[in-house]
Ligand binder design. Sequence first.
Ligand SMILES: [Ca+2]
Ligand SMILES: [Ca+2]
Length: 235
Amino acid sequence: MTSSNFPRAARGFTLTELVIVMVIAALMIGSLILPLGAQQDLRSYRDTQQDMTGIVDALTGFAASHLAVDGKPYLPCPDTDNDGNEDRASGGGCLSQEGRLPWNTLGTGREDAWGNRYRYRVAPAFASNKTGFALTTAASLRVCENAACSKYVADTLPAVVVSHGKNGAGAYNASGSTNAPPAGDDERANQDANNDFVSHAPSPGDAPGGEFDDLVAWISPNILFSRMLGAGRLP
Ligand SMILES: [Ca+2]
Ligand SMILES: [Ca+2]
């Protein structure tokens, strides 16, 4: 019996068929690897976002359970020396208006999914443990759509929390120092120690405001006031 008598399937692959199979396999492996990286990023963002929702709740809970000397509620101060505890001056105010989130004081997560500490800024009028805040207390922190702050997402905020995202640019790192600052204007707005922050969807380096992957959370003054009323902490 000659080879031509065998059915075609039994002859094995020709070189052309083998090449086609290898190309298909390479394409399949490639399409599996890319989504895995994207999936990990998505998971990290989701975990950090969840963590930050919990942090905002914990800040509100702190205010509901801590009374200043005048009997009114107050928010914790930032952690300035990387031990996780708030740092307060003897006069009752904060050593610094902006620093790391006092994760140990709050009993929340210490760092984001990329291993950097959360940044926290609080309005001084909301953070004194001598004079607490009232329903009339005003704050001036803002979260904007861009660094110029021509449009804002939220204003008159008592406190803002930032994760510097996957690139971690400008973040307080685990060793206690600060990462190199970001290149883009929008991310720079989240680490320049003033009252204005930026929050929008992630953008690449060639976007108008530069590369952006930060996550920003804040306390709405109205939600804070309503929780304090509900807890009987404010009249
Ligand atoms: Ca970032
Ligand atoms: Ca800023």
